[in-house]
Design a binder for this molecule. Structure first.
Ligand code: ATP
Ligand code: MG
Length: 215
């Protein structure tokens, strides 16, 4: 069975850096499904600007019509912090024999040792790391050691085992971040060509990054 891809994030808002990364990994990892999992209450950062239901709607609009892309709303509906380990535990129970593959950018991977029960994550899933501009692959420390033990450049390794391998892959470098997008929008500039038009339309209609009432 092909691995299930899981792409978590705050997606405040989703942008082409997320979409292109997910699309390249969908193909490279030979997945038939990659799920975007917007965080309800991300544990390691400020409260998102747009509320969870709206961030979910932006993700839905962004991936509409793309075969293999799906949205999973479990973290938005969960009460309490959006721990990835809880999401993976649930997915493992739903798919006992399907490899799971968590997709993260290199910046997120570098923060992995701060995640709740982070060592359990590799018992539950593989981790596919997308290079992001400005970040280096760790060679020392707990992540350096983990990479020495677990890394593979062979896609079949991710299909043959249920969990436990790390696959680092350079994706097309798109220097887009949600932080920059929020700043662009709040200062009255247009985010066109950084986000899908459908996402831009919802952002304009709701004023979710310009009005303070949506927090
Ligand atoms: P923020 O600026 O609010 O942190 P972000 O653009 O980093 O937003 P997140 O929702 O924090 O987006 O990221 C979700 C996941 O997508 C993370 O694993 C992150 O590393 C990855 N990611 C974000 N932007 C890019 C990009 N431009 N290229 C590749 N991966 C990205
Ligand atoms: Mg980020």
């Amino acid at each position: 069975m092909k691995p299930l891809g899981i792409f978590g994030g705050t997606f405040d808002p989703i942008h082409y850096g997320h979409l292109r990364t997910a699309f390249e990994l969908l193909q490279v990892l030979d997945l038939d499904e990659l799920r975007f999992v917007p965080a309800g209450s991300p544990p390691h950062r400020d409260v998102p600007l747009a509320e969870a239901g709206l961030r979910l709607a932006l993700v839905r609009a962004a991936i509409d019509g793309q075969p293999g892309f799906a949205v999973d709303d479990r973290e938005v509906n969960r009460v309490g912090p959006s721990y990835t380990v809880a999401t993976l535990t649930e997915l493992r129970a739903e798919f006992p024999r399907r490899p799971l593959c968590l997709v993260v950018g290199m910046d997120a991977f570098l923060g992995l040792p701060k995640w709740h029960q982070w060592r359990d994550i590799l018992q539950l899933a593989h981790v596919a790391v997308a290079h992001r501009p400005g970040w280096r692959t760790p060679t020392a420390g707990p992540l350096g050691e983990l990479l020495q033990d677990r890394s593979t450049s062979r896609v079949p390794d991710l299909h043959d085992a249920l969990a436990g391998r790390i696959f680092v892959h350079p994706v097309t470098q798109l220097e887009i971040s949600s932080t920059d997008l929020r700043n662009i929008i709040v200062s009255g500039r247009d985010p066109r060509y950084l986000v899908p038009d459908a996402v831009r339309d919802i952002i304009r209609e709701t004023g979710c990054y310009t009005s303070k009432t949506t927090r």
